[in-house]
Design a protein around this ligand. Structure first.
Ligand SMILES: Cc1cc2nc3c(=O)[nH]c(=O)nc-3n(C[C@H](O)[C@H](O)[C@H](O)COP(=O)(O)OP(=O)(O)OC[C@H]3O[C@@H](n4cnc5c(N)ncnc54)[C@H](O)[C@@H]3O)c2cc1C
Length: 388
């Protein structure tokens, strides 16, 4: 196989794929519509299954310089603040899953990936070019060469997905997220800087974690929404904000005040991509959100894009038969993605439970000891780790 690959999209998936592919000897063009790479949204949790791959790419030192490795991931009741469960992280994560669990600003991860891409002579980044129409032709016009393979890493609203017969479709998940940040001072007494804190309530939950870069916390509040909430525009912003604060009206007063006073909350209808083909057996393969965008209930979307990037590079390096490589990639990754989707769906059910289900959930969680709680994550975080 000729070794020229074009990647459309320079998000987490596209940049990681570029690094994984060039490490395997491929020449890579990355085409990105944005003229400047700036990340929207604030924080990101990078679990051990993803940090292991970033470490293999030699990026761990740069990550450690900016991120926080929380000591624990805790679940608490959003009304009473009563602790429900705590999964050890920090040193424990490194020992158990052989890789760290870190939280950082999205812009930091993007800056680290971009610096590595720019330092790699076989990576050619083309900013400010949107791919529309026939991708092969559009790419050749930008790069001056026709790629052997196009990797669609162009996110949930992927343009490349239209070129893959039988690919999935975008659908509204029934939930919306509000993303925001608060200062350390504003969160004093409520949020701990050494924790990922998840607060659970009926039809809503809130996740908070520290961001060193802003000396504060990232907050993601997820509530149930109606079909009319699936679009970004069309509803008055104040009405929307009122609806969202109403979803937390029975919550702990301190958390309500935190949400009310948070800096510029931004609205995200949560969409997913339904099951469908990820590749056409010849010219195009989709990775990350373009292939299988999922809800963030397991905080795994970016991690899956990183895993895809690494797996695809391995498959392409293993054979000169591109059809075989794409088939092996897709069949190898499908069960993993399905399992992570199931975990996200389960979390959604458990986190937003109400009435007797909520009581049952709390009883089950309180009966699980630290070992059982950690063991529940072995398949997810231990993926790709050396056997214990
Ligand atoms: C509220 C929320 C919280 C989340 N928290 C986490 C978390 O803690 N941990 C985690 O692992 N995941 C998390 N996720 C999921 C994660 O953000 C995504 O899964 C991840 O960013 C997907 O990366 P990607 O590279 O596939 O796509 P994207 O990041 O969307 O990148 C796509 C890129 O393609 C470019 N592009 C698009 N179309 C074109 C075109 N036609 N031509 C050229 N360029 C194009 C875009 O400009 C963009 O740069 C969260 C998601 C949400 C909504």
């Amino acid at each position: 196989m000729s070794k020229t690959i074009a990647i459309v999209g320079a998000g987490v998936g596209g940049l990681t794929a570029a690094l994984c592919l060039t490490r395997r000897g491929f020449e890579v063009d990355i085409i990105e519509q944005a003229a400047l790479l700036t990340e929207v949204g604030a924080g990101l949790q990078i679990s051990p299954n993803a940090s292991r791959i970033l470490a293999e790419l030699g990026l761990l030192g740069a990550l450690e310089a900016v991120w926080t490795e929380p000591d624990a991931i805790t679940l608490a009741d959003g009304m009473s603040l009563r602790p429900l469960a705590s999964v050890a992280s920090g040193r424990f994560a490194r020992d158990r899953w052989h890789a760290p669990y870190g939280v950082l600003h999205r812009a930091s991860l993007q800056r680290i990936l971009l610096a590595a891409v720019e330092a790699e002579p076989r990576c050619h980044l083309h900013l400010g070019h949107r791919i529309d129409g026939d991708p092969q032709r559009a790419i050749a016009a930008i790069t001056g060469r026709t790629p052997t393979l196009i990797v669609g890493a162009d996110g949930i609203w992927s343009r490349l997905r239209n070129t893959v017969p039988g690919a999935g479709r975008v659908q509204f998940s029934g939930n919306v997220a509000w993303r925001m940040t608060v200062t350390r001072h504003a969160a004093a007494g409520l949020l701990r800087p050494d924790r990922v804190s998840a607060f659970l309530g009926s039809r809503a939950h809130l996740v908070a974690y520290p961001l060193r870069e802003i000396d504060g916390f990232n907050l993601v509040a997820i509530i149930e929404g109606k079909e009319t909430d699936s679009v970004w525009v069309g509803k008055d912003a104040d009405v929307r904000r009122h609806d969202y604060l109403a979803a937390f009206s029975a919550w702990n007063h301190g958390l309500r005040t935190l949400l009310k006073n948070a800096d510029s909350p931004s609205y995200w209808p949560l969409c997913t991509v339904s099951d469908g083909a990820w590749q056409d057996g010849a010219k195009t393969v989709l990775i990350g959100d373009a292939a299988h965008a999922m809800t963030p209930f397991a905080a795994q979307g970016a991690a899956m894009a990183i895993e895809d990037a690494s797996a695809l590079a391995t498959c392409l390096a293993d054979t000169n038969d591109i059809t075989l490589a794409l088939r092996v990639f897709e069949t190898g990754r499908r069960p993993r993605i399905a399992q992570v989707r199931r975990r996200a769906a389960f979390n959604r059910f458990a986190y937003h439970a109400r009435g007797p289900l909520r009581i049952g959930r709390n009883v089950i969680l309180s009966m699980k000891g630290p070992e059982a709680l950690a063991a529940d994550f072995d398949w997810l975080y231990g993926y790709g780790a050396p056997a214990r």
